[in-house]
Write a protein that binds this ligand. Structure first.
Ligand code: CP3
Length: 342
């Protein structure tokens, strides 16, 4: 079996498959008791991300349990700022924290040492590929420049990304330099993931939804295009999923603007609009993660609506954002059976 025959890769090439392949964002995580156990043994969250043996184990846990069509590398988008020596930590109950960056800090950013710092993550990619069933797609990922920049500027997660928006208006040239810098180091990181065995990669622009039209163009679409072009210049066959959460109508020409193979859709994207977007190529999404918490008929109804609207075209079934710690693992079993028509 060739890599190009893996079901998710086929959909990324524009094929329609029935039933559609599926995986879930954050499928390895706290809703799974086996994850919580490995996580407790690993020490800190970043220790887990940089431990190839344990990171491989937690990547495989949801594959063993549910047989998803893709495994996603267990890591985090914030390993890039960590590699840039921003002193990243994840504190239970507080979310991620790091040293907030200022214009002088941006002027001093250097790609030196980033690749060496991320070696354990690349080692994890090779180990996962060796351990995965042959038919399972392996997804690598990184954060989009805008989303990573929102954490670097604020030094933490923020409800509306106001610090980064303010910084961008105050220091437009310095902010553009930060985005370009992040696009370039992230593209190098994606190439390393692909070379280590990732069949496709996803770029997470989780906070794209707070941007106005011009800003979406400048801070979200353009840097993601820069990344994709940089990856494709070196790996022309690279398959890339771009997920701009909350972008709404601005998704209209996001695929064309970024040159992504597939675009991820959050649950607020109307299915009638998703059908239009699917005419240009593969889409991924977009079940509300709260339906997986609720289970029962509301879970079935949400799944059926997506399959009915998007099942006739290239679709990768997924949630509209990450699965939450409150999700019931049995509801995920229900979801997998329903999508597969079992
Ligand atoms: O999807 C997967 O299963 C692969 C692993 C993965 C994680 N984070 C593991 C994780 C992926 C793809 C991410 C991406 C990520 N990380 C994003 C983009 C996707 C999204 O959800 O919007 C963002 C914004 C982050 C940053 C981040 N990491 C935050 C804000 C937090 C804390 C909030 C939270 O959910 O706890 C994390 C921590 C994190 N990343 C956890 C996991 C499993 C939980 C930490 C723990 O186990 O203690």
């Amino acid at each position: 079996m060739q890599v190009s025959e893996r079901r998710i890769v086929r959909v990324l090439n524009g094929e329609t498959l029935t039933p559609p392949p599926l995986w879930l964002m954050r499928q390895a995580g706290r809703y799974l008791p086996e994850y919580r156990e490995t996580r407790a043994a690993a020490g800190s969250f970043l220790d887990l991300c940089y431990n190839p043996e344990l990171a491989t184990e937690v990547t495989l846990q949801p594959i063993r349990r549910y047989g998803f069509d893709a495994a996603i590398l267990f890591s985090d988008i914030l390993v890039i700022p960590d590699a840039l020596k921003r002193n990243v930590s994840f504190n239970v109950g507080h979310g991620p924290q790091m040293d907030p960056i200022d214009p002088e800090g941006i002027a001093k950013l250097s790609p030196e040492g980033v690749s060496a710092h991320l070696k354990p993550v690349i080692e994890t990619v090779s180990r996962i590929r060796a351990a995965l069933p042959h038919e399972t797609t392996l997804l690598g990922f990184c954060g989009a420049p805008w989303t990573v920049a929102t954490y670097m500027i604020a030094g933490k997660g923020t409800p509306d990304q106001a610090p980064a928006r303010l910084f961008a208006y105050r220091y437009p040239e310095i902010f553009a330099r930060l985005l370009d810098f992040l696009a370039d180091v992230s593209a190098d990181y994606l190439v390393e993931q692909i070379d280590a065995g990732a069949d496709a990669v996803q770029i997470f622009d989780s906070w794209a939804g707070v941007l106005g039209e011009k800003e979406f163009e400048a801070y979200a679409a353009r840097p993601v295009r820069r990344m994709i072009q940089s990856v494709r210049a070196r790996r022309p066959q690279a398959k890339i999923i771009a997920f701009a959460k909350g972008a709404g109508l601005l998704l209209k020409d996001y695929r064309q603007k970024t040159d992504a193979n597939a675009i991820g859709l959050d649950w607020s994207v109307p299915l009638s609009f998703a059908v239009e977007l699917q005419k240009d190529g593969a889409v991924q999404g977009n079940l509300d993660p709260m339906r997986v918490v609720a289970g029962g008929a509301s879970l079935d109804d949400g799944i059926d609506a997506i399959l009915q609207a998007l099942g006739q075209g290239p679709l990768i079934f997924n949630l509209g954002h990450g699965i939450t710690p409150e999700a019931n693992p049995d509801h995920v079993t229900q979801l997998v059976k329903r999508v597969r028509g079992l």
